[in-house]
Design a protein around this ligand. Structure first.
Ligand SMILES: *[C@@H]1O[C@H](CO)[C@@H](O)[C@H](O)[C@H]1NC(C)=O
Ligand SMILES: *[C@@H]1O[C@H](CO)[C@@H](O)[C@H](O)[C@H]1NC(C)=O
Length: 659
C-alpha cells in the first residue's frame, strides 16, 4: 500500500520535472525534484571527472537515464556509483529525498572521514555498499538501527575504528562485511538467523568469538591476533594470545600490514612441527650422504620430481631442506647462498622457528622474498574464488604479489604439494602465470604469484564495463583467445602427466596484462584438491563427461576453453558458471543451434567491433562451438585450437592490410 503510494507520488514528481525541465525545477522553490536532489548530491562530490556528465541540469532526459541511477517504474531505487574516483562528501539530505532508495553503492571510491552524518535517516535502504574507500572514525551505535530493511552492509576495506556498532536490531541482515578495517574490542553478539555471510577478518578485534557467530568459517575471523575460540582452530581462549604469537607481538601490526598479522598468527603453531621436521631432515641427510647435492639446488631436485611416480622417501628430503632452513635475514642475499649457509646444525631454536615458517621460492624471476617481507607489505583483500581467498600484498621494494590461501587442500601431503608447486614454478610461457613461492603447513597453504592489475577476463567482460571493456574490440578479443589457446597448448604439453592439466579453466582464471595479453592462472591444481571437492569446485567437472561420469581428461580443458571462446564472442555470461542453473546464457546450446541455423552473426557481441568484425567473431564462435562439443572425442586438440585461432587472426590482419 505504502509503496504504491510512494511510487505514484514519484511518478507524478518525475512527470512534473519532465514537463518543467530539470533546470526550471531547480530554480523553482516548490518540492524538490529527483533531478535537483541528484544535482545537490553531485555537487557534494569531487573527483567525478566526466563520469557524471549525464547528471546535468540541462539534460532533457529523466534522471532515470542518468548514469548510475537505477529506477523502478520511474522511482529512483538505487545509485550505483562504484569505482568513479569520487571523493568529497555524500550529501545525505539530498539522498534522503529518495524515499524508495533501496541500494547505494559507493564501493571503490576515495571517500574519507566519518560515515556521513545523518546516514541513519536513509531508512529505506536494503543494501549499503561502501567498501574500499578511506572512511575512518567510529561508527555510532544507532547508525544502522533505523534501517529495518537492511540486508547487505558492506563497510569492508576502510579505516573505521572503535567498536563494531550494535546491529542486532537490524534483523533482516544477510551479509555483513567489515573486514579490512581497524575495528577493535569484542565482537558484539549478533544473533540474526537470516545472516548468511559475516566477515570481520583483518581488524583488531579481541576476545572470544560469540557463540552466535561460531557457525561462520575461520576465514571470517582471521587477521585479528586477539580473537580466540571456535571457529579459529589456532587459538583457544584459555591461552592468552600474546604467548602464541611471538612475531605479531614483537612488531605491532601497522594499520595496513594485516596480511602480516594473518600469517604471523600462524608462526607459533607451525614452529614446533617444523623444528621437528628440520631435525629429522638433517638426520636423514646425514645418513644418505646427500650433502654433496647441496649446490645442485632447486632445479635439479625439481627435475628429478618430474617423473610421474615419485619415490616418497627421496622427495621430502630434497624439498624440505631447501625450503625450510632459510633464515629470514638471509633473504636479500638470495636463497641459494642462504640455503648453503644455514645447513649447519648449530642454529638456535629461535632461528629455526623463524626460518621454518618461511616461504619457499619456486620461481626467482622477480627476485626472492620471504614471509617477513610479506608481513611488512601493505595488504588488501582481492576476493574469494572457488579454490580460496586472495590478497594483494605490496612489498616495500614495490613488488606487488597476489597471495592465495587455498581451501580444500587439507588432505594433501606436503610431498605432493611441494612436487606440484615446483613443477608449476618451472613453467615459462608468456600466457601462463607462474607461481613465485608457496608456504605449506597442514592447515594452511599459501600460493604467491605476481599481481596482475587489470584483473580477470570475467570482470572485464561482465564487470563495471569501464575503459578496459570498451577496449575489447574484435582484434583484442582474438588476441585474448589466441593467447589462452597458446598458453593452454603449452600446459597440455608440460603437464601431460596430469589427468586434466588445468582443470579449472574459466574466464575468472584468465588475467589480463596491460597489453591485454592473457595470463592463465590456477592451473595444475586438480590433483591437489580431494576428489570429492573437485567435483564441487573444479570447472572441468561441469563438462558433460565430468557431470555425468565424474571423468575428466585433457579434452575437458578443451571444453572449458570453448566456453570462454563463446563468452568472448557473444559477450554473454555463461550459465555454465552458475552453481544453480538459473541465470546466465547457455552459450554452448545457443551457439550450437545458431550454427545449425546459419545465423551465427546474430549472436556476436556488438561491442566486439573494429577491424575484422563481425566475421572474425563468427569464425571464433565456430571454433568455440567445436571445442564445446558434448563428445570429448570430437573436440579438437588444444594445439589445433591455437592453430585455428591463429588462422582467423592472420585472415583478419590480411583484410585490414588490403583495405
Ligand atoms: C545537500 O542537499 C540539500 C538538498 O537536498 C541542500 O539543501 C543542501 O544545501 C545540500 N548541502 C550541501 C552541504 O551542499
Ligand atoms: C533496539 O530495539 C529495542 C527494542 O526492540 C529498543 O528498545 C532499542 O532502543 C533499539 N536499539 C536501537 C539502537 O535502536
Amino acid at each position: 500500500m505504502e509503496r504504491t503510494a510512494f511510487a505514484f507520488f514519484f511518478l507524478l514528481l518525475i512527470g512534473l520535472a519532465f514537463f518543467m525541465g530539470p533546470s526550471a525545477a531547480q530554480e523553482t522553490a516548490g518540492p524538490m525534484t529527483d533531478a535537483t536532489a541528484l544535482l545537490f548530491l553531485k555537487d557534494s562530490f569531487t573527483g567525478a571527472g566526466d563520469a557524471l556528465n549525464s547528471w546535468s541540469s540541462s539534460s532533457t532526459f529523466s534522471p532515470c537515464s542518468w548514469s548510475g541511477v537505477i529506477c523502478d517504474s520511474g522511482v529512483v531505487t538505487g545509485l550505483r556509483l562504484a569505482g568513479l574516483g569520487l571523493a568529497g562528501t555524500i550529501n545525505v539530505t539530498a539522498l534522503s529525498h529518495f524515499k524508495g532508495l533501496h541500494s547505494i553503492s559507493f564501493n571503490n571510491n576515495n571517500f574519507n572521514g566519518q560515515l556521513p552524518p545523518g546516514f541513519d535517516s536513509l531508512q529505506s535502504l536494503k543494501s549499503v555498499f561502501l567498501s574500499h574507500n578511506a572512511f575512518s572514525g567510529e561508527i555510532p551505535d544507532g547508525a544502522f538501527a533505523s534501517m529495518r530493511s537492511l540486508k547487505k552492509l558492506w563497510l569492508n576495506n576502510n579505516q573505521f575504528t572503535g567498536r563494531i556498532p550494535a546491529i542486532s536490531n537490524v534483523s533482516k541482515l544477510i551479509e555483513i562485511r567489515l573486514e579490512g578495517n581497524a575495528f577493535e574490542g569484542a565482537i558484539p553478539s549478533i544473533d540474526i538467523s537470516s545472516l548468511k555471510s559475516f566477515d570481520v577478518s583483518n581488524n583488531r578485534l579481541t576476545g572470544p568469538i560469540p557463540a552466535t557467530l561460531a557457525r561462520f568459517s575461520a576465514a571470517s575471523f582471521v587477521g585479528n591476533p586477539g580473537l580466540c575460540g571456535p571457529p579459529l582452530d589456532s587459538t583457544s581462549c584459555e591461552t592468552p594470545p600474546p604467548t602464541t604469537q611471538p612475531s605479531a607481538n614483537r612488531e605491532p601490526p601497522e594499520k595496513q600490514s594485516r596480511l602480516g598479522t594473518v600469517i604471523g598468527a600462524l608462526l607459533g603453531i607451525v614452529a614446533a612441527v617444523l623444528i621437528l621436521i628440520a631435525v629429522l631432515v638433517m638426520l636423514c641427510r646425514r645418513r644418505s650422504g646427500e650433502e654433496k647435492n647441496e649446490t645442485v639446488g632447486f632445479t635439479a631436485s625439481a627435475e628429478a620430481m618430474e617423473s610421474a611416480e615419485v619415490p616418497s622417501t627421496a622427495i621430502p628430503t630434497a624439498t624440505t631442506t631447501a625450503g625450510f632452513v632459510q633464515k629470514p635475514q638471509d633473504q636479500e642475499s638470495g636463497s641459494k647462498s642462504s640455503r648453503k649457509r644455514s645447513t649447519g646444525s648449530t642454529r638456535s631454536p629461535a632461528a629455526a622457528t623463524a626460518a621454518a615458517t618461511d616461504l619457499v621460492m619456486v620461481n626467482e624471476d622477480r627476485g626472492t622474498f620471504g614471509l617477513t617481507d610479506l608481513m611488512k607489505a601493505t595488504a588488501e583483500v582481492l576476493g574469494n574464488g572457488s579454490l580460496g581467498s586472495a590478497y594483494r600484498a605490496t612489498m616495500t621494494n614495490g613488488l606487488s604479489v597476489a597471495v592465495k590461501r587455498m581451501r580444500d587442500m587439507n588432505r594433501v601431503s606436503k610431498e605432493a604439494f611441494e612436487v606440484e608447486m615446483r613443477r608449476l614454478g618451472m613453467l615459462r610461457h608468456p600466457n601462463v602465470l607462474t607461481p613465485l613461492a608457496y608456504h605449506y603447513r597442514k592447515e594452511e597453504k599459501l600460493i604467491v604469484s605476481q599481481y596482475v592489475p587489470k584483473g580477470s577476463l570475467r570482470y572485464i567482460l561482465h564487470g563495471d564495463r569501464g575503459a578496459a571493456h570498451r577496449a575489447l574490440d574484435c582484434p583484442t578479443r582474438l588476441k585474448v583467445a589466441l593467447g589462452i589457446a597458446r598458453g593452454m597448448a603449452y600446459l597440455h604439453a608440460e603437464l601431460a602427466a596430469l589427468d586434466v592439466p588445468h582443470g579449472n579453466l574459466k574466464s575468472a582464471n584468465i588475467l589480463l596484462g596491460d597489453d591485454f595479453e592473457p595470463l592463465i592462472a590456477d592451473h595444475g591444481l586438480a590433483s591437489l584438491v580431494s576428489v570429492a571437492q573437485s567435483s564441487q569446485v573444479m570447472f572441468a567437472y561441469r563438462t558433460p563427461e565430468g557431470a555425468q561420469h565424474r571423468t575428466v581428461s585433457p579434452k575437458s580443458d578443451v571444453f572449458c576453453l570453448g566456453v570462454i571462446i563463446l563468452e568472448l564472442a557473444t559477450g554473454k555470461f555463461p550459465s555454465q558458471y552458475m552453481n544453480n542453473t538459473k541465470g546466465g546464457t547457455d552459450v554452448v546450446q545457443w551457439a550450437a543451434s545458431a550454427i545449425a541455423e546459419k545465423r551465427e552473426e546474430e549472436l556476436v557481441d556488438t561491442d566486439a567491433a573494429g577491424p575484422g568484425a563481425p566475421e572474425g567473431m563468427v569464425r571464433l564462435l565456430r571454433v568455440g562451438a567445436a571445442c564445446a562439443n558434448s563428445n570429448p572425442e570430437q573436440r579438437p586438440e588444444m594445439l589445433e585450437v591455437a592453430e585455428l585461432i591463429e588462422e582467423i587472426v592472420s585472415a583478419v590482419a590480411g583484410e585490414v592490410e588490403q583495405s
